[in-house]
Every structure is written in structure tokens, then in C-alpha cells.
Design a protein around this ligand. Sequence first.
Ligand code: ZN
Length: 372
Amino acid sequence: MSQIQSSTLEVTQMANGQAMTVPVYTIKGQGSGPSVYIQANIHGAEVQGNAVIYQLLEQLKQLDCYGDITLVPLANPIGTNQKSGEFTLGRFDPITGENWNRGYHFNPQLPAQFAAANPDLTMNEIVEQYRALIISDLEQQKINNPYGVKTGHALCAKLQRMAFEADIVLDLHTGPISSRHLYCPEYTKDSALFFDIPHVLFIPQDFDGALDEACFCPWWQLQQAYQQQGREIEVAVAAFTLELGSQEWLCLDEAKRDSNSVLSYLSHRGVVKHGLFKPQVMTRYGCYLKDYRAFYAPKSAMVEYLAPLGGLISQGEPLVRMLRIDRYGHDDAVEVIAAPDDCIAILHFASASVNQGTELYKLFTNYFTLSA
Ligand SMILES: [Zn+2]
């Protein structure tokens, strides 16, 4: 059994000065297991992660947890409340236009500096001292910066400050209309086998501002800095983005499946009892980020999405049917567009009305099967 503590954290304010807060649930670990940070809903329309956190809390309270766990649903109160008509917007800061999941902080100077200054520390000392260093850098640059920071960066920094305490970081998202897929850093490929997620993107160590990258880049680059000095250390932090279906959609039963999937990974890592949760047997497909291709609309039209999400599509099979009713009576009034390569359709655009150049589908190309 574990005790769940709840609190709130102010992450930003409304224009009238009222605090905007996020709920923070914490479990104190009863042992020396890795610590965990799980966040959901940084993109306002991606609500399913909140249901997964609910199901995780329901299960975790009945389990012994060996490491500290922090769960933060509703991570973006501005995005969650950014409504227009029937829809939640909440992907981009309405003032700056920036993606809310690109505002996290990474200081690329620190890994090499730290490794050069501390060649002989033990691994435990490295973790403790380097973690303190990246936290104080985050606080100086983004939380206590005398010049201030943008709204989105301030929000991200408050969240990242909690995430930086953890050895395992899971950021729960959804696609627009999407199948389940996982962003897994290349240094820990085997981790993908413990999540019940059939499609896995392996990502390199480039930093583009997302939470998973902001959490693993400092540690991955530290490992490489030590490697250049001739010393092998492990990458002490693992961070993943889980894409759990479609935006504007919530299902508690499906969330229970994803909670089991997360617990399977946490059980593998010793956060809860080893072997208590096991991954499902399924075919898992992998793809490198460079082979994750957007398919852009060749023209503006009304669109029927034909390629099934998660299905294997052969070159030449139909992806979409495009209707130009203004061209009725001409050959191009209805046009079928085919897949340029063998691929797996992972997600598609949410609207059936598109401009030329709209990202219609995201596709795994050059995909491969993962095996244990
Ligand atoms: Zn997202």
C-alpha cells in the first residue's frame, strides 16, 4: 500500500492576477528504487493522459512503491482553457505561437564542463552532483532570471524543475487522430519492449525543446562526454513521450490498459515489485526519427482518410481520397492519392478540410520489427 499526497503548484497567472495551478500527486517510495515523474496534458486537447494518471493512482495506492513517484495531470492550465467553439486549441501559446512542448531548457555547455572537472567521481556522486548542477542552472536561467522569461518558458521551467528530480520521466500526449506510439531515445531501445505500445520511434540526442529531450539530453551527453575521456558510465535518466491515442478523446477503460503498460515498465525498473506487471505479447514496430515522414496534401480539398492507423500499407495503396466539388464534371473532382512507399500510418490530421501543404499523415517508413 502507498499513501498518495496531493498538493497544487502555481505555474502561471491569469491576466487578472489569479493563480493558475496544476495538481501534484506524490508517493514517497519505501526503498531505493528509481524516482519517477509522470506528466499529462501539456497540449490542451490531449486529455487522455489525465485518465491514465487516474488509473495509475488507483493502482499505485494498492502497491508498495520503492521509489518516489510524482504525477502531474492537467500540466498546462492555459492550454486546457484555450477553447474555440467546440474545440480545445492549446497546442500553441496564443500570444507567441510557440508549441507549448518546445519551451523546456537545456544547457549544452554543462555535460562537457562537468565531465572535465570531475573525471574520478563515483557514479552515485556523479548523479547527485550533476543533478544539483542542472537544477541550479535551470533555476538561474529560467526561474530566477533577473530579466524574466516568456510565459511558456516559465510554465515549462516549473514542470521541468519537478521532472529533473526523477530518474524516469514519462510525458503523456496524444496525436491528432492517432494510434498509440512511443518516442524512445536510441540509448535505451530495449525499454520499448516493456510498454504495450506497438509503434516505437527511436530518437537521437538532438534537443528541440520537448520535455523528454530536456530530461535525457543532459544525461546522454554527459555519458558521451565521459566516453570521450575514456570512461564508460551509464545514462542515468530515461525519458519517454507516450502518444496514447487521439486528442479530444477520453476513455477510462483504455487508460487502464495504458496504466498497466506504464506499470510494466516501472516493474521492470524496480519502482514497483519486479515481475508484478508484464508487457503484453504483441508485434512491435520500430522506426528511426529520420524515417518518420510527414505526407503533405498535394492540393487543397476535402479529404477522406483511407489508410487505417497502425495498418501496414504497401506502396501504391490509397492513403486519401480528395474531393474538389468545385471541379465536378472534371477528372480531378475526385482523386485518390497513393502511398509513395511501404509504410505504417501512425496518425492523421484531425480535419477533413485541408489546405495544400497540410500534414495529412505521419508515416513510419523503413520500419522494422522489434524483438526481445
Ligand atoms: Zn502533444
